[in-house]
Design a protein around this ligand. Sequence first.
Ligand SMILES: [Zn+2]
Length: 260
Amino acid sequence: MAIKIEKLKEEKKRGILKFMLKGSNEVFANSIRRLIIEEVPTLAIEDIEIKENSSALFDEMLALRIGLIPIKTDLKSYTSKEKCKCEGVGCAQCELKITLKTNKKGYVYASEAESADPKCTFVYEKMPIVKLLPKQKLDLTMTAVLNNGREHTKWTPGWAFYKKEPVITINKVKNPELIAQKSTDNVFTLKNKKLELNEDRIYDSNLLEYYAELDGGISLEYTDNILFTLESWGQLSCKEILHKSSEIFLEKIEEMEKLI
Ligand SMILES: [Zn+2]
């Protein structure tokens, strides 16, 4: 059976994509999940030259914070230092410079940093970096590089998880009121003293096993389809993450083929 992907929900602004994987299995879903978390590359700050930091945060703490700020990543323009033509020396293809200079009292936000590449800036403008008191200053030159989550978690593009597709059926329920009352996620509601199932809530529910335990009249089964959820941290869109993970998958298979 050929693999099929059915899109269930996409929230582009929040960077969430949910889809159903049909004709596949958990081994394949897990390979994609691990490729996303460990291998899909993004840009993150790796080096910081601190010319001045009179804020309350130590240099090390400030650097750690900045390293975790997501940067919009253009995979077509950047390459990792290992694969770059400059052989790791550092050039415009493998390094991105971002500067931050301010002495303004109050919170310093990610939007105040200036990137040498307008396509690749900090993703969340309102992300606070540090708070400055009067006469405190910050003057930083940061270098972002392309790398992956296996090297450090700051390069992970998002979070991915999956579960098997649940199917709920209502048979003879002893106490419909109790089930409706316990159903805080609105999977079940009461209508004319009868229990009603809200199909569109099932996939998001974490209480299905609890309902089945609570009343023998509710049966829970799983199909072979896989519900896959992907949440992007913002560096790449969900689609870009999936494309890149499949590309890496193919590269690995081709590499293996050559070795056989
Ligand atoms: Zn280079």
